[in-house]
Every structure is written in C-alpha cells, then in structure tokens.
Write a protein that binds this ligand. Structure first.
Ligand code: AMP
Ligand code: MG
Length: 420
C-alpha cells in the first residue's frame, strides 16, 4: 500500500467514497510536513509571512516610565486627599526631551504624553484639572497615586519571548517588531504552488469562443485565491485532456512546486482517465466528499509535491479551495495554531433547503437588521453559478447531519472578509 493510503486508511471513519468534510481535512492534515527552510528579510517584506525564529525583546517597550496624558508630573507624597496643594513648576518633560534633574518635595514638572516621568515623580495630573499661574500649579484633591503613568516594559518586557516560530506576521507584528528596533526578521520560505486547468472545452481569454467551449475562469479564480495567500505562484495554463500532455504538466509542476493545484478531470468518468496517470507519477487518492458543492476531489502526492485535484465546476473550485487547500497551505507554510476559517452564527432570514448526510456551503449574504445579524442565500446555488460567490459575503455552512433549516434558526457562517 502507498504511504499516503497507509496514513489515511488508519483514520476512523475513512471512506473514500463518502468522506465527511472533517475526515477529509483530517486525512489531508495527517499527510502534510511544513516547510523547514527560512530566510532573512527586511521587516516590511515580512508582511504575510510566517515567523521562523523566537522574537525575544532586548529592550523594554516602552523603555521608560512615561506619561499617558498631557499635564503635570508630581510626587504623590505631596498631594492631599482632603484639599488642594500648590506646587512649584521647575521645568518640562516633552516626548523625546526628558527633564534633566530631580524633582523634590513641593515641586512638579510640566509633562506631555510620552514624556519620560522625571525622577522623584510617580503620578501625572491632567492639565484640565489644574490651575497654573506663573510657575505655581494648584492641584485639586482626589488624585490617585500612579494615575496616567505608563510603565517601562508594560507592552514588551526585555527577555520575555513575545512571538514564537509559526506566528503569522500581520500589521500588528510588523509594528511590534519595529517597536523593538528590529530591521530584519527570519521567516519561513514562501510556498511554491503550481496550478493548471484541464479540459478540452476550455478556451483562453482573448481568443474567440468556439462551439461548445467555455472560457477558462478557474485559473483566474485560483490565481486570485493563491495570490491573496502570499504564496509563490506558477500558472501552467490550460492542459488538454490528453495523457501525454497531462503527464508533462504534472512532471513540470512537481519538479519545482511544493503544492500542485489542478481543476477538472476528477469527476467520475474523467478520474478513470487521470487515475492511471497519477498512479504512475506518485500516489493520488480519488475522493467523493460528502459536501456540496465540491463532491469529487483528488488528493495525494506527485513526486515531492502535494496534489489537490479540485473539481471543475467554478463554485466547487472555490469551496474546496477554502475548505481544504487554504488550511493546508497555511499548515505547510509553517503557521502554528488553528488554520481553519472561524465559524460564526447568525439567524437564517429565509428557510434553507438541505438534505442530511453532507455538509453544504451555500453562498450567503450576512446583513444586520435591528440588533441581529441575519443571513440569506444569494439565490441560485448551482455549482456552476460563479455569480453566487461574487454576490455573497459569506458561506452558510450547514452541518453534515442537519436537514432543512427553518427561517429564524441559527446557522453557521464563514465570513469572506477579515480585518487583519
Ligand atoms: P469537470 O470537473 O472537468 O468534469 O468539469 C465540470 C464542469 O466545470 C464542466 O461544466 C466544465 O466545463 C467546467 N469547468 C471545468 N474546468 C473549468 C475551468 N477551468 N473554467 C471554467 N469552467 C470549467
Ligand atoms: Mg473536464
């Protein structure tokens, strides 16, 4: 038995002809080995990459105790709980221009947000509540010791690791590393993903559409989905349904890529033709997944590359990509933690048709009515209606065992847009 088959056939409930989505995901995950190689890049270039080292601050952030407000730095021992006090202003501490000297009893210093707290002081009184008159500053009662002070190291502490290998580097992490003065960072190398579309009926954009042909849209959808994931992409074009051409394409892809993604050629009749070919080049399993859309899918290995043979239907390509390929690419790229899209809940605004025994990914529009989030479908849900993906802002994920959903029932949704 092949290696991949040996791994997946050990999983409980593994049935290639009726594979629940969770099982397919588990089977895929069991076969993935994340990239190990790393490279050093300039901080800006690390956006969207995966961290390959520990980030341990060499300094505290902030480096000094400082003021969170514009006002006066005072000694709390000088203040009175039951009445005002008058202090003498002896200088100023601006952001980047510390006060040089010590603040003694009865004295205070004008301070601005970010200004270093002068030695001797421990509290900041906001300017709005004081009366300042020719160097005499009147502080009202009711101040709390240590108020409006930001302490050294309260954001990041020297010596305490703040990011671990596997962390995704987003806007916040770039800023965080910049706050430590780091100009370069070690990241996992980018994944290389080669992809092609298969089908004799496919015409390329720019050419006239022949009789019985369709324009190859999947390659553009795939381009978009892969480009957004920050992987290095290699578009190998359209490959006709011809064993020699397909073999050449698979060999070319496997020679340089970590992952190969194809569309078409995995539905029942077609798989019979692709199966012997892929068996010759590696080990590939042909699955019927209990999902809609996206039932047929191939998964395996060609040479050292992982293969995802996605269905040909345009919506099925996107659904299988987001449910299986996306998470696998994140895992392969070395991302730690949960790589799946979060599931949120909303109320079904309309009844939803569904049969038990498969997971459905209906295209939905999540909208707010009053204070409740509701979701409706985009209408026509055929696997070929790509417009449904364009009109949708979420998938409505209806679980395997569930039947039809009545209006008002809670359903799960996966949002298309994320904040960071
Ligand atoms: P297949 O999985 O190859 O049997 O294809 C299923 C359906 O998807 C057929 O209607 C194909 O014409 C269509 N299809 C396959 N590949 C593409 C593609 N690259 N772009 C647009 N439609 C496609
Ligand atoms: Mg085809």
């Amino acid at each position: 038995m092949s290696r991949i088959e040996a791994i997946v056939s050990c999983l409980d409930g593994y049935d290639p002809d009726a594979l629940p989505v969770d099982k397919a995901r588990e089977a895929i995950r069991a076969c993935l080995t994340p990239v190990a190689e790393a490279e050093r890049v300039a901080l800006r270039d690390a956006l969207g990459r995966v961290l390959a080292e520990d980030v341990v601050p060499a300094i505290n952030v902030p480096a000094h105790d400082n003021s969170a407000m514009d006002g006066y730095a005072v000694r709390s021992a000088d203040l009175r709980p039951d009445g005002e006090v008058v202090l003498r202003e002896i200088g100023s501490a601006l952001a980047g221009r510390p006060f040089k000297g010590e603040v003694g009893a009865g004295e205070c210093v004008r301070i601005m947000t970010g200004g270093v707290l002068p030695p001797g002081t421990d509290t900041v009184v906001i300017q709005e509540v004081v009366r300042a008159d020719g160097g005499r500053v009147t502080i009202p009662s009711g101040q709390k010791r240590a108020q409006n002070v930001r302490y050294a190291g309260e954001d990041l502490k020297a010596g305490i690791p703040v990011l671990r290998p596997g962390a995704p580097l987003r806007a916040a992490e770039l800023g965080l590393m910049a706050s430590l003065g780091l100009g370069e960072v070690s990241v996992k190398r980018r994944l290389r993903v080669a992809f092609f579309a298969t089908g004799d009926e496919l015409a390329s954009i720019g050419a006239p559409l022949g009789e019985g042909e369709v324009y190859d849209s999947n390659r553009y959808t795939l381009h978009g989905m892969l480009a957004r994931m920050g992987v290095q992409i290699d578009d190998l074009g359209v490959v006709r349904d011809d064993p020699a051409l397909l073999e050449a394409a698979f060999r070319k892809a496997a020679a340089s890529a970590d992952v190969i993604v194809t569309t078409g050629g995995v539905s029942v009749g077609e798989a019979d033709f692709v199966k012997p070919l892929t068996a010759k080049l590696g080990e590939v399993l042909f699955w019927k997944i209990a999902m809609r859309p996206g039932r047929p899918m191939a998964f395996g290995r060609i040479g050292d590359a992982i293969l995802f043979g996605l269905p040909g239907n345009p919506v099925a390509v996107m659904v299988t990509f987001y449910q299986f390929v996306r998470g696998a690419l994140l895992c392969l790229s070395g991302r730690s933690g949960d790589c799946e899209l979060p599931l949120l809940e909303a109320a079904a605004a309309v009844p939803l048709r569904k049969v038990p025994g498969r997971t459905e990914y209906q295209r939905g529009v999540l909208f707010r009515e009053g204070d409740a989030w509701q979701v409706r479908t985009t209408g026509q849900q055929g696997a070929g209606v790509l417009r449904s993906m364009s009109e949708a802002n979420c998938f409505i994920v209806i679980e395997h065992a569930r039947g039809g959903v009545a209006a008002g029932e809670r359903v799960q949704v996966q949002l298309f847009e994320g904040l960071v």
